[in-house]
Design a protein around this ligand. Structure first.
Ligand code: ADP
Ligand code: MG
Length: 238
């Protein structure tokens, strides 16, 4: 079980208060989407869940376990970034397996997990290519493959599709929804794209200036926004 629970979570960068007290419960297996204007703290919140950024105060637990002194690699989470920085000199297969290799997993396990991820992401014919020989969408799939092989209970996505063109975004959206169904993992997904939020989310978290304005299903937010700010962020329901 990999619920993600935040209680009174705050983040300061020096004098700058970026996250101002967030309480949030993401259920095991939920697809939760964070939306909000640029600079409101979406990435910071995600990075704190990943363990890439320390929490200034408050509590975070994953799967019921307090994460205060748990390092990023022991949290059972994997993050997929917007700029997916693949290693240009390595093949697709090597890129996908690299994290596992670094953490000392044996070759057989790496090969098995890489094959599974490649199948899931339709990368099988491309495993021996280098990133320079891939399209943007294929590169983003490799980045997702890197996360899948780690077998995480929680996936964290930070605007993973924002570098892709509109048609590819639509395709990747349904691929990610399918992936969510197949893996049954908890997914927390940051986007500034309302359509992505409305079509992919079980629950949407609307953030503004380091606080949660509202949490609810796409339909709840559409029909009963708490305020004009939330209404402004919500497009049409699925
Ligand atoms: P979002 O992802 O919603 O666009 P971020 O979480 O990246 O927002 O940033 C929230 C705020 O925190 C911004 O004002 C940003 O400049 C600031 N910030 C983020 N990271 C740092 C950092 N390492 N040091 C100082 N300020 C930061
Ligand atoms: Mg961001």
């Amino acid at each position: 079980m990999a619920d993600v629970n935040l209680r009174g979570v705050k983040k300061q960068f020096g004098a700058l208060s970026v996250i101002k007290g967030v309480d949030l419960d993401v259920k095991d297996g939920e697809f939760c989407v964070f939306v909000g204007p640029s600079g409101c703290g979406k990435s910071t919140l995600l990075r704190m869940i990943a363990g890439l950024e320390e929490i200034t105060s408050g509590a975070l637990s994953i799967g019921g376990k307090d994460m205060t002194s748990v390092g990023p690699s022991e949290r059972g989470v994997a993050m997929v970034f917007q700029s997916y920085a693949l290693y240009p000199h390595m093949t697709v297969a090597e890129n996908i397996g690299f994290g596992l290799k670094m953490t000392g997993h044996d070759k057989a396990l790496i090969a098995e997990r890489t094959a599974m991820a490649a199948k899931m992401l339709q990368l099988e014919p491309l495993l021996l290519r280098k990133p320079g020989q891939l399209s943007g969408g294929q590169r983003q799939r490799v980045a997702i493959g890197r996360a899948i092989v780690r077998n995480p209970e929680v996936f964290l996505f930070d605007e993973p599709l924002s570098n892709l063109d509109a048609a590819l975004r639509v395709q990747m959206r349904s691929e990610l929804s399918k992936l969510h169904q197949d893996l049954k993992a908890t997914m927390i997904y940051v986007t500034h794209d309302q359509v992505e939020a409305m079509t992919m989310a079980d629950n949407i978290v609307v953030l503004s200036a380091g606080r949660i304005e509202q949490v609810g299903s796409p339909l709840e937010l559409y029909h009963r926004p708490n305020n004009l700010f939330v209404a402004g962020f919500i497009g049409s329901p699925k």
